[in-house]
Design a protein around this ligand. Structure first.
Ligand SMILES: Cc1ncc(COP(=O)(O)O)c(C=O)c1O
Length: 381
């Protein structure tokens, strides 16, 4: 035997290693008789994450995907050509665009309804096949009664699927399947990860047939999460509760402070009814005073502790303008229909000290206001 052959086949005997945490199974293939078979189908790190998440949600099944968008895409794959799809009017911009494009491609009828009101529910199409919404919604954090939607949808078509994008509420504060939803899904890139270092998507279901269809779809599309990302997400699960508690406390303590700042006209915060939604994390929206809007970049430039990246719902605080960020892919008219203007700002509170965050916001708002004053002093009398 030559060294060149030998080095290819050396493998440590780890049967007695008993590691204290599951190592990363960075391998594409397993032995032919392994239950895992091939990492496009299943992988120990992915399976462990799925078990943890199913336990958190209280669901029968969980599936992990490469991103939140791929999770949504694979749920759409449950639709047949010509189906009837309903989405809520207030929704993440990329999801909105995906629903439009997907429906057009498969010849589905897409209805955009305001499910945050009882009137919106009255317009449900009789032949509805799938309803997708976020609650609290992005933007504006409006709430939707999952049970009421599920009941109305099933009255029209018992086979129709009710899908809740639960990314912002998280399973810590809301469990959609307990309120009649068929599918609960997440961008795990947000609070699940919590550290802006991994992308992922999750889908939770109780129905075995739907699970098997999704599992098959994931295998053939190759949208499964990587072992490395699964390992990182699994580790993040160990502090999930604690992180959410801290996000929640900081945000609750910020509310009155924000409401009293003279730079802010309105603060959006969800309705916590204690039943469907039992708490809330760290994302709020504010309308800033119209005269400050042109100086938004001055505000973000002055902030010391708030990042401006696309990420959010993580350990560090973030600021964003939905108009040019999360909803940028929509046309100006679509944004206007959703009520998104340039003065709408999203603040995500991380795990920093509350007083540091308050001070930082105050000094950045004051810097922004000084620009308005400068502009006025330069205006011709
Ligand atoms: C509510 C919601 N759903 C889905 C997504 C998409 O997730 P990802 O960016 O992980 O693909 C996002 C991303 O911001 C989101 O906010």
């Amino acid at each position: 035997m030559k060294t060149s052959t030998e080095i290819l086949h050396i493998k440590v005997d780890d049967r007695d290693a008993h590691p204290s945490v599951t190592p990363i199974y960075q391998c594409s293939a397993f032995n032919a008789d392994s239950a895992f078979f091939y990492s496009r189908k299943a992988n120990p790190n992915v399976s462990e994450l799925e078990q943890v998440v199913a336990s958190l949600e209280g669901s029968e099944y969980a599936l992990a995907y490469s991103t939140g968008m791929s999770a949504i895409y694979m749920v759409l794959e449950l639709l047949k050509p010509g189906a009837s799809l309903v989405i809520n009017k207030y929704i993440y911009g990329c999801s909105y665009k995906l629903f439009q494009r997907y429906a057009a491609r498969i010849g589905a009828h897409l209805a955009i309804l305001d499910l945050t009101t009882a009137e919106g529910l009255k317009d449900l199409p009789a032949n509805v096949d799938m309803v997708i919404f976020e609650t609290p919604t992005n933007p504006f954090l409006k709430d939707i009664d999952i049970h009421a939607v599920s009941r109305a949808v099933k009255q029209h078509n018992p086979q129709a699927l009710v899908v809740v994008d639960n990314t912002w509420a998280t399973p810590i504060f809301q469990k959609p399947l307990n309120f009649g939803a068929d599918i609960s899904l997440y961008s795990a890139t947000k609070y699940f990860s919590g550290h802006s270092d991994v992308m992922g998507g999750l889908v939770l279901v109780n129905n075995e047939t739907i699970y098997n269809r999704l599992l098959e779809g994931r295998f053939y599309s190759g949208t499964i999460l990587t072992p490395n990302s699964a390992w990182l997400l699994r580790r993040s699960m160990q502090t999930f509760n604690l992180r959410m508690e801290k996000h929640s406390q900081t945000t609750a303590s910020m509310l009155n402070y924000l409401r009293e700042l003279p730079f802010i006209e309105h603060v959006y915060y969800p309705r916590i009814d204690g039943q469907q939604l039992t708490g809330y994390g760290g994302i709020v929206f504010v309308d800033i005073r119209p005269d400050l809007v042109p100086f938004y970049k001055t505000f973000t430039g002055a902030l010391k502790w708030f990042g401006t990246g696309t990420g959010m719902a993580c350990v560090t605080s973030m600021v964003a303008q939905p108009f040019s960020g999360s909803h940028a892919s929509m046309t100006d008219q679509e944004k206007a229909d959703m009520g998104i203007e340039k003065g709408l700002v999203r603040l995500c509170f991380g795990l920093e000290d509350l007083e540091d965050l308050k001070e930082d916001l105050l000094q950045a708002f004051e810097t922004m206001e000084s620009k308005v004053d400068q502009k006025h002093s330069l205006d011709p009398a």
